[in-house]
Design a protein around this ligand. Structure first.
Ligand code: NAI
Length: 299
């Protein structure tokens, strides 16, 4: 089978100055894409900014014979998001691929988390992904082609102590992914999410040193590149990726308990075990299929 190429494609990768985003940008560029390397260049907690990281990645891509342009715009503001997409259009004439990867952390136990810490994390991850994709969307629709990759997290999918803000943002991205998959279907816009695990500045204090190699960012990027490729037909899905392992993560509904003609609190208590059954589960492809399951049960 032929190598997967991105010749003629234009990609935006947010937060591409280091870590996972940098690797995504390098890989897409190495395979022929023209890349907007966006990075605000701030700290892990989102303070400060620097043009250095994005410029360094652009330089690296060019040195390897690829094409790239740097953007230091902030994904979390409408102006910043517009400017990122405008850079793609002005420099490369279009946009085909959006990889929403930029992110920050403000970890705190829920008791100690102040509203600003909640808002700031949602602003970058969830609102930022919304804004950048929203700015690109009319162009993707118009050309009837687009590939969007969101970056969610196991912390969002499964919960994590001290990350009420981050997990809310990350699970929000799963909903956004599914809805954009539905809205993009008619226009050949495929929207998927990855839930990575990799050794970066975000995680280097969490993992023992021997995991630096085992969880390298190189082992996440192939899934992003595949989801961004024109031959990928999947949409609305989430994939857990790390260390060379790739698995689909899904939201499903159990068979449930149905009682016609009125449901009492005691019915709920007495059937709690059946209500909590997970098999056979329904993996609804959209809300229509899920609603139909409810209708079928009550009719
Ligand atoms: P990182 O800190 O190395 O990279 C994130 C980049 O985003 C930084 O270069 C930062 O400057 C940039 N950024 C932050 N706010 C920005 C803004 N407002 N506008 C533009 N750029 C901004 O972290 P890492 O690990 O590479 O994370 C990438 C993504 O993967 C994040 O969304 C993160 O939440 C997610 N993730 C990472 C995991 C891991 O194991 N490393 C686990 C689960 C999710």
């Amino acid at each position: 089978m032929a190598e997967l190429r991105f010749d003629g494609r234009v990609a935006i990768v947010t937060g591409a100055g280091q870590g996972l985003g940098r690797q995504h940008a390098l890989e897409l560029a190495a395979r022929g894409a023209k890349v907007v390397v966006n990075d605000l260049g701030g700290s892990l907690h989102g303070s400060g900014s620097s043009a250095g990281p994005a410029a360094a990645v652009v330089e690296e891509i060019k040195k390897n014979g690829g094409e790239a342009v740097a953007s230091t715009d902030n994904v979390a503001t409408p102006e910043g998001a517009e400017a990122i997409v405008r850079t793609a259009l002005d420099v490369f004439g279009k946009v085909d691929i959006v990889v929403n990867n930029a992110g920050i952390l403000r970890d705190k136990s829920f008791k100690n988390m102040v509203p600003e810490e909640f808002d700031q994390v949602l602003a970058v991850h969830l609102r930022g992904s919304f804004l950048v994709t929203h700015a690109a969307w009319p162009h993707l629709r118009e050309q009837a082609y687009g590939r969007v990759v969101m970056t969610t997290s196991p912390a969002g999918l499964f919960g994590n102590f001290g990350q009420a803000n981050y997990s809310s943002a990350k699970m929000g991205l799963v909903g956004l992914t599914k809805t954009l998959a539905a809205e993009g279907a008619k226009y050949n816009i495929k929207v998927n999410a990855i839930a990575p695990i990799a050794w970066t500045r975000m995680t280097e204090e969490l993992f023992p040193p021997e995991y630096k190699e085992k969880l390298s960012v190189e082992l996440v990027t192939p899934v992003v590149a595949w989801l961004a490729h024109e031959t990928n037909a999947s949409t609305g899905e989430t994939y857990s990726v790390g260390g060379g392992r790739v698995a689909r993560v899904f939201v499903a509904e159990g068979p449930g308990f149905t009682k016609q003609g009125g449901l009492s609190v005691e019915d709920v208590r007495d059937n709690w075990q059946q209500i909590n059954e997970v098999e056979p589960y329904l993996l609804a492809k959209d809300i229509g299929e899920q609603t139909m399951a409810v209708f079928n049960a009550i009719n």
